[in-house]
Write a protein that binds this ligand. Sequence first.
Ligand code: 4AD
Ligand code: MG
Length: 458
Amino acid sequence: MRIKVREALASETPPGEITVCGWVRTRRDAKGFSFVEINDGSCLRNLQAVVDHAVPGAEGIASVLTGASVAVEGRLVPSPAKGQRWELQATAFRLLGEADATFPLQKKGHTAEFLRSIPHLRARTNRIGSTLRVRSRLAMAVHEFFQARGFAYVHTPVITASDCEGAGELFRVTTLDLGAPPRGADGAVDWAADFFARQAFLTVSGQLEAETLACALGDVYTFGPTFRAENSQTSRHASEFWMIEPEMAFCDLAGDMDCAEALVKHLVRAALERCPEELEFFNAYVDKGLLERLRLVAERPFARITYGEAVALLQASGRAFEYPVAWGENLQSEHERWLTEEHFRGPVTVRDYPAAAKPFYMRQNDDGRTVAAMDVLVPGVGEIVGGSQREERPERLAAAMKAHGLDLESYRWYLDLRRYGTVPHAGFGLGFERMLMFVTGEANIRDVTAFPRTPGHA
Ligand code: 4AD
Ligand code: MG
């Protein structure tokens, strides 16, 4: 009977004759037997097998090196070694696949940069393996959060014709021969001859489609890949990332902020409860203050301020920031860091941003210059959530669309939502990788994604 290392280590009483399969982390030889540390990815810890050189299959054990795959049959016996309850007393040993001395993960303590150069192997390390287990459990926790609140999980298209954020950071989807595309009389590329008979792109956000579904199903959420052709070489931007986007009918900005805070806290608690070994590991090797910070975040309410208050605090800080702080300017990452890491020492939700800095769909406030936007900022990462109440008033929305240079005809379906039974509604996007950075303490988005896509790297 094959059981996983996780299960074996959790056994209350030895389950009898078992088989454990995995990859060899280390082999140490003594007279007449060898200690083989086996990891199968089911948990952070290894299972130590004690292989007597007389058991079947152990003849060739001297050639079993780090990285090889093995199957070991035997019984669990109490381990004399510290920190592990059981070890596997082998009764048979089998080498499944050898690894020679060129296997790149020989010693512990590789740099993150080196590991990024071997994306196909790095998941076999404690660090990336732990991240991917946390990622899997938090994905499940996202669904639990929304399903428990009666939200419908909806799937919005990956290929779309609209630019939700209006930032023009779109990857084009085309089947045209780019060397010799069909051209119209004016010499411009004739996109009507393309596959979708129009220009098409990878989505930057499922929001607009989620809004149409919220205005039918009430509360919905998406959880899927989004794409941005933004040439940002930062530790927090990826060209392909996963976003969680709830959209709620009959909801205003206050309800939106409550939902975002509850979701972030739910995910922090889920990580603390369901990934204790992984979080201990990150706390020890990646970010010493991690556990303390996460426990505080799970308990305390997030600070809430307006954009105007944030600007006033930054101006009064006496700090010489690289980017100037002035009403109307975007908050830069140094500003977000000061607010979360030095001033509030915890997450802060900033609302009511200048209209000019935000996309067309956000609800205009009565002051005539701000919109009902909100961002959740957290220490170490900065913005993890961006959202807003949506403009539900048809004339206001049409005016904002015009002001943003949108072609009203191609967004008529979006305006229709306001023509037919419009409702106040709100939503947000939580960047899944940024959330993972926050709970693991990893400082680079490339280390919380198995196969990161960034400018120049795919
Ligand atoms: O603030 P953003 O651009 O908002 C939207 O896309 C809205 N349509 C969401 C909505 O209201 N439904 O992106 C939302 C979040 C950011 O706060 C950030 O966490 C993440 O998505 N994000 C990125 N994560 C990684 N790499 C990038 N290039 C990202 N751009 C945004
Ligand atoms: Mg944003």
